[in-house]
Each structure stands twice: as C-alpha cells, then as structure tokens.
Design a protein around this ligand. Sequence first.
Ligand code: BDR
Ligand code: CA
Length: 330
Amino acid sequence: MKKEKIILDVDTGSDDAIAIICAALHPQLDLLALTTVCGNKPVPNTTENTLRVVDLLGMNIPVYRGCAEPMVAELIPERHAETRQTAASAVQDGEVIEYHGDYLEIPPATSKIQRKSAVSYLIDTLLESDGDITLIAVGPLTNLGVAFRADPRIIEKIKRIVIMGGGHEVGNRTPSAEFNIWKDPEAAQIVFTSGCEILLVPLDATHVGVVTYAESEAIREINTPVAIAVSDFMDQRIKAYDALQPMAIAGSTPPHDALAVLAAVDESILYDIQLKRVDVDFGGGLADGRTIVDNRVPTDNPPNIRFAFNCHREKFVKMLMDTIALSKEL
Ligand code: BDR
Ligand code: CA
C-alpha cells in the first residue's frame, strides 16, 4: 500500500509526544518532518521535547523549529490574561499536577534541529511537491497561518489538512474555546478559510477517545522503551485530568493529538463527521478562540470543514495499542 506523506506540526507536549510516536511508527504514514510551534510550552521547550521523542524512537526524522509567538494574540495581553483561563496545573499535597511539564521526562535530546525555519521548510517542501503531502497540525496553527500569508501558492499544493483543535459542545482553555485554536485564533481563521480540504478533530471527539489506567498498563506491557514512555505520559495525563478536568470515565485521559494522527490513517475511528461552515471568533470577548459551527441551512458562507463530532473509543484505543506495539520492531 502507498504510504501517505505527512508533515506533523506539534507543540510537544505529552499528547503530542504520543502523536509523534504514532506518526513515526504507523506503516501507512511516511513522516517527512516535524515542525514545532509555541503552544503547550514556549518553542525552545516544544522543540527540545520533539527532539527527545525523535531520539527515543531512534529514527532519523528532521525537526524544524517554528514560530515562537502567535500571529497577533499576544500583542493584546488582556486577551490571554490568566484570569480568563481554566487552570492548567494544581498543587495537591505539595505536588504540582499538570498536563505537560516544562520538559518530557525522557532523556535530553542529542539530535539537533535543522537550519531552516519551520515556515521556510513548509513553503519550500510544499512548492516542490506533487501536491501529495498531508499536513497534520496538533498545536496552535501559527506556522501554517504565517506560511499561508507568506506564500499563498502553497495552499493548492496541500493534499489536505488534519487538525486537532476546536470544540462545539466542549471547551477546555475557556468555557468557549479549545486551547490550540484559542492560542492563535487569527492563524486558525486563516487556515480555516484557505480553501484547503480540512478534517477537524475537536474536543467533541477527543473527549470520547479516552485511555484508561488499565489500557495504559496494557501499553506498558508491550515492554519497549517507547511503550513504557507512552504509558508514563498517559499516567501523568490521567492524574492531571482526574485533578483538573475529570472525563466521563474516571481515571482516563484524552491523548487528543494521537486521535488526529490515527484518524489521518483511518477515519472510521471517528464518527458523525459533518461538513460544516466553521469560523473562528477572534474578537477578544468571551468567545475569543471559539470554533463557531454554523448549523443553519443555508449558511451565509460555504461549508469549509469536516467536523468530527464523535469517536469510536474502543476502535481508537485498539489502533493506538497496535501502533505502539510496532515499537518492538525498532
Ligand atoms: C490540545 O491542546 C494541547 O494542550 C494538547 O497538546 C492538544 O493539542 C488539546 O486542547
Ligand atoms: Ca498539541
């Protein structure tokens, strides 16, 4: 079977780390490169974390460092003021509980980043391509937004974009907004209105696709360094979700970004995918960063996003485990 060429844009991040591992291991994906962006942590951290995961895999995957700031959002400090955000960490019995530490708890990276910036890499690679590269973006969409503005010719060269971001019934960073879109809403709106084919994997789907402690333990039993690291990331995330944002299944976590990567291989792990008009609010108010799904018929503007409203949890978790098990062949 022909592999699908992908570039994975990440803000690594515990769930990005699992997503990178899935993208690198899955036999139907040809992971050309990783591009990093600021998001879960500043870009020096997300880049170092990305290199750490590449070293853990022992694979030769080029890493390009991307944008250090959102396109616009940080120019208006009150937009992202702490008081408007859901807590991302808590202290329990003197221990700091968080979704993502500053650095992933795996050995420091020895491999190095590429010289080119992520945006230059995206532009050059897409322009030179035969239109057969899929972008998978699981962090804020800054690199894509900047690249689209810098050289719009790349837009028609992209096969499709799979994005983890947004939410209709569910928010996480604010009551209205999901983190990746909230962090850089202007970039998200540029990408959403670019005309590219987009599959959006929002919180509505990822909060169904959770992994439990028992499933994390089953991953650990695969007993490779990669599987053990994935299980460690998962356990840390479950602890954080239980403390900060309990899921419907107690003792579970959504590895959001891994769902997007595996959905790029097999969309049938998602369900209730509907073609919708989706725009991003960037007005700075209560709905700043919200993905607004237009459910009216007809809509003012044409549909632009395939929005996954749900996911088949067990099918996803099995696919995740089967993919991680391929680390035995490394
Ligand atoms: C998204 O935000 C980040 O914290 C995660 O890595 C994921 O990409 C979930 O809202
Ligand atoms: Ca992410």
